[in-house]
Ligand binder design. Structure first.
Ligand code: NAX
Ligand code: ADP
Ligand code: K
Length: 490
């Protein structure tokens, strides 16, 4: 599992290291890595390094200092380097001196168009972890002219380091070199960061240093290790029976998708209870289907809500499953029911896990507000408020636990934005909860396999929820194979 720390945490850890490191040593290490990456990008895009032209865009702080030192290192490799100083009087003094010594040129305002046109690479050293808000006009004007690849120092300027939000002009980087630890922006807005390289600065981060990560991301090995695999002693019951309470006369499809996803994601047994029993049986003969949750038989977890309806009947079904003392994934109409009839939660045994899986609209119904720019904070607050794991859907699915832990899922394209794909996610999650996984991990693993299934089903062209569901076994196979290969970060 990869950890990601907030900028405040990184700064604190950096200060500890700075106090016992010679002046400038960390910056030069950081800058050296930027120069190495810049040289590799020049080679990739132009076939060489010496004689190429690089433009640095330099802000008022240490991020600009990194860029200036990197420029000096590039000069030593025969690169023509110019620097636009956005705040000349505040430019990092030692960096600027080194840059000038190396023969680097400070670019005057009138020369900016010529440099942006001729530069083969642009280094964004405007702001790093002290960034607030979008690019200011002077920096935005420079980047408006840039057509060359951009290498961001630490993070793309103008993008919020802790939320990944973009609220005005911001850099779109081809690649980013970051230092010490990944920051939330790298996970929450990877499209703006491009290819991210992490330079180890030996920062004291981690539980052993009293600094817990702000965000975590599951590695493929975590998903593979969590996914239930039957052992020699197992039978269909010991692996956990998943119950699906979904669908209505109007929406039988949601029941078919959710039940099918549970069947394909896990190997034990799936029960279905509701008005779509005939449809579910005809699609999935292995599902034990009944008309009502009251006579469904024992299950180890329920996935409830898709197509359930938001009237009295749906409410009774939700109250029933919440009262069974087993984990419940409440999705779609079940979320609306929790929002409109909060007393339904009274049926819940407070010790049994609840997972809520809202999209933004359902989140607004549930909490009164849409998630806003800081989705991590929003998901975390909702998890605390409902004492539930909250899986907030979107391009990056977030999974927040009531104790504050947040997982961010790695998106694999946007093909999952198709009707019914959420029903598939509910079914997968129901299966994992029934197998006894920790609900936070279950939600993260389900989101990972769901995203993989979406990518496999689409293979670059539009797909459908049914196809995503059919691709679930292939996604699980991919996870298990990647893990066996030792490609644990994929
Ligand atoms: N502290 C350390 O140990 C290290 C820091 N390093 C670099 O230092 C950076 C942090 O440096 P600083 O804390 O000096 O600050 P930054 O360089 O991130 O920002 C400089 C100043 O820019 C201004 N600013 C904020 N938002 C702005 C915006 N939207 N537009 C224009 N100006 C804005 C602020 O006044 C801020 O203080 C890191 O991101 C990294 O690049 C590296 O050299 C590695 C070591
Ligand atoms: N732009 C996107 N990129 C990646 N995944 C997306 C995107 N939009 C939606 N998804 C995913 O697709 C699923 C949609 O679920 P949901 O909104 O409940 O749809 P439905 O109710 O039609 O099943 C969620 O898992 C969500 O994370
Ligand atoms: K930057």
């Amino acid at each position: 599992m990869r950890g990601v720390w907030t900028t405040a945490g990184v700064r604190e850890a950096e200060d500890e290291v700075l106090a016992r490191t010679p002046d400038g040593a960390l910056m030069q290490r950081a800058a050296h890595a930027v120069a190495r990456r810049a040289a590799a990008m020049l080679t990739e895009h132009t076939g060489g390094v010496s004689g190429r032209r690089v433009l640095l865009v330099v802000g008022a702080g240490n991020n600009g200092g990194d860029a200036l030192w990197a420029g000096a290192f590039l000069r030593n490799r025969g690169v023509g380097v110019g620097a636009v100083l956005l705040a000349p009087e505040k430019a990092h003094a030692a960096g600027l001196a080194a840059f000038r010594r190396s023969g680097g040129r400070v670019v005057s305002e009138s020369d900016v168009p010529q440099w942006t046109e001729r530069a083969e690479l642009v280094v964004d050293g405007v702001v790093g972890i002290s960034a607030r808000g979008p690019l200011r006009p002077a920096a935005a004007d420079v980047f408006d002219r840039v057509t060359a690849p951009v290498l961001a120092v630490d993070l793309p300027s103008g993008v919020d380091p802790d939320t990944g939000a973009v609220d005005g002009p911001a850099v779109h980087a081809t690649a980013t070199v970051t230092f010490g630890a990944r920051k939330p922006v790298h996970l929450l807005n990877p499209g703006r960061c491009g290819d991210v390289t992490l330079v180890d600065l030996g920062l004291p981060l981690g539980a052993e240093h009293g600094r817990s990560p702000e965000l975590r991301q599951l590695d493929v090995a975590d998903v593979a290790a969590a996914w239930p695999v039957p052992g020699p002693e197992d039978d269909k019951y010991t692996q956990g029976v998943a119950g699906i309470a979904a669908g209505s006369a109007t929406y039988p499809g949601a029941a078919v998708l959710a039940a099918g996803a549970a069947v394909r994601a896990t190997s034990g047994m799936v029960r279905y209870a509701g008005p779509a029993a005939d449809e579910v049986r005809s699609w999935w003969p292995e599902v034990v289907a009944t008309g009502s949750v009251a006579d469904a038989g024992r299950v180890q977890a329920w996935a409830a809500g898709p197509g359930l309806g938001t009237g009295r009947d749906g409410c009774d079904v939700l109250a029933h499953v919440l009262g069974q003392g087993v984990p419940v994934c409440a999705d779609a109409d079940a979320i609306t029911l929790v929002a409109t009839r909060p007393e339904v939660l009274d049926a819940r045994d407070p010790d049994t896990p609840l997972v809520l899986t809202p999209h933004d609209g359902e989140f607004a119904r549930l909490t009164g507000d849409r998630p806003g720019a800081d989705r991590v904070a929003a998901a975390r607050a909702a998890a605390r408020r409902f004492d539930a794991v909250v899986l907030l859907k979107g391009h990056h699915t977030l999974v927040a636990a009531p104790d504050g832990r947040v997982l961010v899922n790695r998106p694999r394209g946007a093909w999952l934005a198709t009707a019914g794909s959420g029903d598939v996610l509910s079914g997968i999650l129901g299966g994992l909860l029934a197998a006894g996984l920790d609900p936070w991990l279950a939600a993260g693993a389900a989101a990972d396999v769901h995203a993989r299934a979406g990518e496999i089903a689409a293979a670059g062209v539009p797909t459908s929820a049914s196809q995503v569901l059919m691709a679930v076994p292939e996604a699980i196979r991919q996870v298990r194979a990647l893990c066996d290969d030792g490609s644990s970060g994929a």
